[in-house]
Design a protein around this ligand. Structure first.
Ligand code: GYE
Length: 304
């Protein structure tokens, strides 16, 4: 069991829990906010000793981090899984070592759901659907679209694509191209430059699967002599401060929220699971969406 593997806690009298957190990396503003939320929630003052690892969005590195947490005999492991596949072996190793695993943010495909205790995150499919519904409403005449996809094989990239298609069903939208920008500004810019070279001013709409890729694309669009938000209508997902600023400035046209502030819920789950309490298998955060006017109103209070 997990008792007695770490030191005693502070004033609360509870035992300090040593928790290994395998984060994806630091690809986006969303990720920075999620990392901060996790570090705040898993603080010493809250009775935790957090071992933090960021895997630079490389699945092998993330699996290696989980293995090292198992070797260190941590009390619990939290993973923000980079991709949906490839988790069976290492999760079996954690189970054999009797270390509970809690997933945050992204989901996984495993043969056996008992390999993890619980998942907390956002509904990526619904986010995609909301973006797709906006696209459908906006495309009142035939519209050519390009897509900047997130990390290949990641739950948000897969589910946002599925959701968008469902939300935009029946709209007169032609997808000219769809390529990964790895959820980063740099790749969003590079891939958009390629799209613009190839399709020029045929492009009328951009669906960026996160704010950062959309923000990177803005540079490419402006450099091509086009006006973002007018010549090319842009919808993104996350609703970080920078994303909402671009929306308020009229460069983006619509932004769907994805809440990154999951730390407190994850910390609560970890405490309960380690204590042997039963917890809900899935917990979904609630998200909203923003028009340009709504972004202006929300910005002053936006924390991330
Ligand atoms: O949308 C993106 C980040 O997994 C929901 O990962 C998360 C996504 C988020 O890099 O900005």
């Amino acid at each position: 069991n997990n008792a007695g593997s770490s030191g005693t806690g502070g004033s609360g009298g509870g035992k300090t829990l040593t928790v290994g957190f395998a984060q994806t990396g630091s690809e986006s503003g969303w990720r920075a906010a999620n990392t901060q939320s996790m570090k705040d929630a898993f603080s010493d003052a809250n009775g935790f000793k957090l071992i933090f690892n960021a895997a630079d969005n490389k699945q092998e590195a993330q699996i290696a981090a989980v293995r090292s947490f198992i070797n260190q005999k941590v009390d619990a492991i939290v993973i923000a899984p980079i991709t949906v596949d490839g988790w069976d072996d290492v999760l079996k190793e954690a189970k054999d070592a009797k270390i509970p695993v809690i997933l945050e943010d992204r989901t996984i495909n495993v043969s056996d759901d008992s390999l993890y205790a619980a998942w907390v995150g956002d509904d990526f499919k619904k986010e995609g659907e909301t973006a797709g519904a906006w696209a459908k409403q906006t495309a009142t005449s035939p519209t050519n679209m390009v897509v900047l996809e997130g990390t290949t094989g990641s739950a948000p990239a897969l589910d946002r694509a599925t959701g968008f298609k469902a939300g935009a069903t029946g709209a007169p939208i032609t997808t000219l191209d769809s390529q990964t920008g790895n959820f980063t500004r740099a790749d969003g810019k590079t891939v958009m430059e390629g799209f613009l070279q190839k399709y020029g001013n045929k492009i009328q709409m951009l669906f960026a699967q996160n704010d950062d890729m959309g923000l990177g694309a803005l540079d490419a669009i402006t450099a091509a002599g086009l006006t973002p938000g007018k010549d090319i209508k842009i919808v993104t997902i996350d609703a970080t401060h920078d994303g909402l600023q671009a929306l308020a400035d009229g460069k983006f046209n619509y932004v769907v929220e994805c809440n990154p502030l999951l730390g407190p819920q994850v910390a609560d789950l970890v405490k309960k699971v380690v204590a042997g309490e039963s917890v809900p298998k899935t917990q979904v955060a609630t998200d909203q969406s923003f028009t340009q006017e709504q972004a202006k109103a929300a910005l002053p209070d936006r924390k991330y």
